[in-house]
Design a protein around this ligand. Structure first.
Ligand code: NAD
Length: 344
């Protein structure tokens, strides 16, 4: 099978994950790049091989292109991903699926109508340690989960995106809206849904633009920190914090406190899971390295998406899964804004 791929948006995520992972996939024969900044598309075509399109329609009108990776900034996902599905393409959409439930629903409906595959890049599900943790939680190796604590934070997107300045779109309300919640928080919400096999139903939260300033030295228009309490439908309770101000070191850890002990994931540099049993025994699992902004490894997402098309399987992260996580982030922001507990 020879699959031709179109990538819309040739910034950091296209450069570090989509393009290299498509290039490494044995079933992908060609990549066509498009960016509204043509130099970026040309740059990736030079780096990874492939051609350059002059418009989104160029990609969508090409019947030989089967997959579109939507790596545009957040405010465009509902436009490009919807159009691509309507044009009969399989779509790998970057997270967050959209900035509003209405827009996310447009993509989900377009997928249903088209019958094409849609996956959203909630890549935390794909790491080996998270897959191992899921297996251990499903087998109730530590009994039932009682509470959890998760966090995701780094020094901020002005150190990641293609525009490495404080004028980055990640800091603008009309382009990123959900701030650190849509950037990092939504990953952990998806992970909790996946690991617990449950959905968050109630939230309370505090948020703020605590430290980041824009290009004019003014506090940014979106939140750079969120701290929240979460309760799932089945009654698990826990806390989560999401931050763009963890200066010096990224934190991507999750801890489950269970009936028979504790499971710590990505809590140490040397091993990826540590289990501490009720009687104090410690078991360390060395499985792989965590992918960070500074240390990029294959996410496994692209291979999984290509396989879902090749083998006609349901993608691991559906549009509905991504919509469910978006609803939680929107509820968290509403809870913080109204100082109330919000039920989803
Ligand atoms: N899954 C992950 O772990 C992960 C990590 C980082 C970013 N992302 C997501 O990937 C997406 C892109 O983020 P990024 O970090 O690459 O940002 P970026 O700013 O580095 O790149 C975005 C690119 O999209 C292009 N673009 C924007 N609007 C466009 C349009 N209308 N038409 C054509 N091109 C357009 C820009 O010119 C830019 O080159 C975002 O949705 C972000 O949330 C996901």
């Amino acid at each position: 099978m020879h699959i031709k791929v179109g990538i819309i948006g040739c910034g950091s995520i296209a450069r570090h994950r989509h393009a290299p992972e498509y290039k490494a996939n044995p079933y992908v024969s060609e990549i066509v790049f498009f960016d509204r900044n043509p130099e970026r598309a040309k740059g990736l075509a030079m780096l990874f091989g492939g051609s350059v399109a002059t418009s989104v329609d160029d990609l969508l009108d090409d019947p030989t292109i089967q997959i579109i990776s939507d790596c545009s900034s957040n405010e465009f996902h509902h436009i490009f991903s919807t159009k691509s599905l309507e044009a009969g393409k399989h779509v790998l959409c970057e997270k967050p699926i959209s900035l509003s439930i209405e827009f996310a629903n447009k993509i989900v409906q377009a997928q249903k109508k088209s019958g094409k595959k849609l996956m959203v890049d909630h890549n935390q599900r794909f790491t080996q340690a998270h897959m191992k943790a899921k297996e251990m939680l499903e087998n109730e190796e530590l009994g039932k989960v009682l509470t959890f604590r998760t966090t995701f934070g780094h020094a901020g997107p002005e150190h990641w995106g293609v525009n490495m300045t404080n004028s980055t779109w990640f800091f603008k309300h009309n382009r990123s809206a959900l701030g650190v919640g849509g950037d990092l928080g939504i990953h952990k919400i998806d992970l909790l849904h996946y690991l617990l096999g449950d959905e968050i139903e109630q939230v309370s939260a505090f948020q703020g633009a605590l430290d980041k300033v824009d290009e004019n030295g003014k506090p940014i228009e979106v939140c750079d920190n969120i701290v929240c309490s979460l309760k799932t439908k089945r009654g698990y309770i826990g806390t989560a914090s999401f931050s763009w101000t963890y200066y010096g070191e990224e934190d991507n850890s999750t801890i489950f406190y269970c009936e028979k002990g504790i499971m710590k994931i990505y809590h140490s540099d040397e091993y990826q899971i540590e289990v501490i049993t009720k009687d104090g025994e410690r078991v360390k699992y060395q499985i792989e390295c965590m992918q960070t902004n500074d240390h990029q490894t294959s996410s496994g997402v692209i291979d999984a998406f290509v396989d879902s098309i090749r083998l006609d399987k349901e993608p691991l992260v559906s549009g509905e899964d991504a919509l469910a996580s978006l609803k939680v982030i929107l509820a968290i922001l509403k809870a913080a804004e109204t100082n109330t507990v919000v039920t989803i």
